[in-house]
Design a protein around this ligand. Sequence first.
Ligand SMILES: Cc1cc2nc3c(=O)[nH]c(=O)nc-3n(C[C@H](O)[C@H](O)[C@H](O)COP(=O)(O)OP(=O)(O)OC[C@H]3O[C@@H](n4cnc5c(N)ncnc54)[C@H](O)[C@@H]3O)c2cc1C
Length: 196
Amino acid sequence: MTVESLPLTRVRETTVDVVVVGSGTGLAAALAAQDAGLEALVIEKTEYVGGSTSLSGGAFWIPANPILEAEGAHDTLERASRYIESLVDGAVPEERWRSFLDHGEATVELLRRATPLKFSWAREYADYHPERPGGSASGRSCESRPFNVKRLGAERDRLRPSGMAAPIPMPITGADYRWMNLMVRTPRRSRRSPRG
Ligand SMILES: Cc1cc2nc3c(=O)[nH]c(=O)nc-3n(C[C@H](O)[C@H](O)[C@H](O)COP(=O)(O)OP(=O)(O)OC[C@H]3O[C@@H](n4cnc5c(N)ncnc54)[C@H](O)[C@@H]3O)c2cc1C
C-alpha cells in the first residue's frame, strides 16, 4: 500500500475515487477503499493524525468475528442479535444493526489483511450489559497486541500524542488494564503482572 502526504496546493489539483474527511475511524474507510482497488484521500484539519480514536483504548466490539472464534469465545451472530435487539429496543432500524453484524467478519479480515496489527480477544472484558439476553460476561471486545510505533518511521511524529503516556515505555492492553484497575480492591490480584 502506498501512503503519501500531500500539501494543500496539490490536494486541490488531485482527483481520487474516495475522499475521507477526518483521520480517526475514517482511516478504516480509507483502508476499505484502497482494499477495493480505489484511490482514497484523507483530509485532516489538525496537524495530527488519529483524532480521538488515537486516544482511545482501541478495542473493537465486533461479535462472532474470526478472532473470537479462533480463541474459543463461542459467540454466534444469533446470540449477538438477541443482545443488540434487547439493547436498542427498536430505537435503531433493524437493517442497520443487522448490517453491522453481517459485515463484522469482513471488517476484521480487512484489518488483518491491510494492517500489520495482530489482534486478540480481550477475554473477560465483559459486554457493558452482560445480564441482557445474548450478553456475554466473557466479552466480545478485541484489541491489538502491543505495536511498536517505531515502525511508523517519520510518520510517528504526526500521530496524535496519547493523553495517558506512562512514565516508562510499558505496553498495556485493555485486558491488562482490567487487572490493574482491580489492584486496590484485591491486592492478591495485583501480583498478576500485565502481559507485554
Ligand atoms: C479515553 C477513550 C477511550 C475510548 N476507548 C474506546 C474503545 O476502546 N473502543 C471504542 O470502540 N471506542 C472507544 N472510545 C470512543 C472512540 O474513541 C470514538 O467513538 C471514536 O474515536 C470516534 O471516531 P471518529 O472517527 O468519529 O472521530 P475522531 O477519531 O475524533 O476523528 C475525527 C477526525 O476528524 C477531524 N476533523 C473534524 N472536522 C474536520 C474537518 N472539517 N475537516 C477535516 N478534518 C476534520 C478531527 O480533527 C479528527 O482527527 C474511547 C474514547 C475515549 C475518549
